[in-house]
Write a protein that binds this ligand. Structure first.
Ligand code: ZN
Length: 312
């Protein structure tokens, strides 16, 4: 069985300008590192398809999907970038990139549920976990993971899926979309207080939110996972596991002040993989969220992939 790797060259076309941390070079750094380390040959490459409006609308208000698509189309034609949030800009390539990013998550879900891949990683941008049901924010426009989770539930008929978010920022968008959808259990830790300053009080009973102070290191995170995530996740018995894989809790990443290193991402991935093997036939779809120090991002993604591909 293989680990599928979904991406698309058009995910690079979304460009928010010089100096923006959520930059096209993030995907280059990952691809270069996989080649350099020879890890690329362990993965099965797939070009991400475009997500459809119907797929997007499983997680977003249809009015929002229409509005944002119209705006992105206008910008594509006029070539004049527009801000849809102080941190989030739409440029000429944004429409294609967002549709490929969400399309990757959906296609990866099909691949894994169809038994053609054991698990999958989506190297995509823009990220998604801050995008709420009807609002773009924090570099995110469509919520790739929530769209894929709803695809697994609504199209494939799964009854229980877990969403695990290890990005340094709270996945407020995912929480907004799936709060009180009892078919989903979301487990996360996040630095608090930090953008978007939410998550301290969970919006639903199906959330395991663990806010942690700045400078929290891997040892403490591992304890949190064992003591706070795992009992709930094991009892929930997910049929599939989605990961919002942000690597900005790395100690070299300047967007947060946490202290994780590659060995922690390796450990976390192995723990999630064990959970998926016990309950979900090993089915995991992991989607890139944050991670802005290019070197640390590339090394951390490789550590994550080595576990997914059974090389650790
Ligand atoms: Zn983040």
């Amino acid at each position: 069985m293989t680990t599928a790797f979904f991406s698309h060259p058009e995910c690079r076309f979304h460009d928010m300008g010089e100096g923006h941390p959520e930059c096209p070079q993030r995907l280059d750094a990952i691809a270069d590192h996989l080649l350099r380390t020879g890890l690329d040959i362990a993965l099965e490459y797939h070009e991400a398809p475009l997500a459809t409006t119907e797929q997007l609308s499983r997680a977003h208000a249809s009015g929002y999907v229409g509005q944002v698509r119209d705006l992105m189309q206008q910008v594509q034609v006029s070539g004049r970038p527009r801000a849809i949030d102080p941190d989030t800009h739409v440029g000429k390539g944004t429409l294609q990139a967002t549709l490929r990013a969400a399309g990757a998550a959906v296609a990866a879900t099909d691949e894994v549920i169809g038994g053609r891949a054991h698990n999958a990683f989506c190297a995509v941008r823009p990220p998604g976990h801050h995008a709420t049901r009807d609002q773009a924010m924090g570099f995110c426009i469509f919520n790739n993971v929530a769209i894929a989770a709803r695809h697994a539930l609504d199209v494939h008929g799964l009854q229980r899926v877990a969403i695990i978010d290890f990005d340094v920022h709270h996945g407020n968008g995912t929480e907004d979309i799936i709060a009180n959808d009892e078919r989903v259990l979301m487990a996360s830790f996040f630095q608090h207080p930090l953008y978007p300053y939410s998550g301290g009080v969970p919006k639903g009973t199906n959330m395991v939110n663990v806010p942690v102070p700045p400078y929290t290191k891997g040892g403490e995170v591992r304890e949190i996972i064992e003591e706070m995530w795992m009992p709930r996740l094991e009892a929930f018995r997910p049929e599939m596991v989605f990961i919002s894989a942000g690597f900005d809790a790395h100690r070299e990443d300047d967007l947060g002040q946490m202290g994780l290193v590659e060995a922690d991402y390796q450990w976390i991935t192995a723990r999630i993989k064990g959970l998926a093997e016990r309950h979900a036939q090993g089915r995991i779809v992991s989607c890139l969220e944050g991670g802005y120090n290019l070197d640390a991002l590339a090394r951390s993604v490789a550590a994550h992939l080595r576990v997914l591909a059974d090389l650790e």
